[in-house]
Design a protein around this ligand. Sequence first.
Ligand code: SIN
Ligand code: MN
Length: 258
Amino acid sequence: MRLSEEQIGALNRQGFLVLPDLFSGAEVDALRSRLPALFADGHEGNIVERESGEVRTSMGLHLRDEGFSALTRHPRLVEPALQILGEPAYIQQVKVNVKAAFSGEVWQWHYDFATHHEEDGVLRPLALNLHVFLDDVSEFNGPLWFIPGSHAVGAHGAHLDTATTSYPLWVVDPPTVKALAEKNGMVSATGARGTGLIFFDTLLHGSPPNMSPWDRAIFSLILNPVSNAATLCGRPDYKHHQDFSPVVPLDDNCLGVM
Ligand code: SIN
Ligand code: MN
């Protein structure tokens, strides 16, 4: 699958691109049905919310489950990523961010490159974050919020926040967010299950808590050019995989359902 010139232009301008109907309802159902077993398997890549104990994020899924292994190499994700990057890329991180009904907690304002650079020694902000909505994502159940165009600023100042949630994150301070939001506005990334989303490593984003009765599971695949691989390996493999071999897309029917 290739993105059009218009789509590439919108991605470059906004720092993100929404792809409605990227996956069918049957494909999403097949993937989503795997989550309860994965969340209950005691894997250290399952990180729970501080308050509720519900799974917040479930990582390393392509090494734990054949359905997510196929999704990680799916041509509807990998081919556009390779088209954008123009060079071979490896699988840096694979997860589902859950944001459970009533109890899913905040993801503070941040951009992913701050963590990739500080924790993993990645030198350039080239990684792409590729999402697939496994639930309908609305204004109620904790959609991602983006500041469009914030990627163009490059690396903002960031500091490590280990206090706010169970997941340590390099975050951006409120004055920086305020200045950028007042200039560029804010967008919430909503859409039906099966929607795809691509965004850049320096795009400022976060998401509010989920106080709705609806779960909000989102699959996230981060692909990074092999030429830009991590130079540090202090974090567990499931947070930044150390296999830097190039990802090869599978067939379009690799999930085995239409
Ligand atoms: C992230 O930024 O990695 C997570 C955001 C979310 O799932 O809401
Ligand atoms: Mn992020």
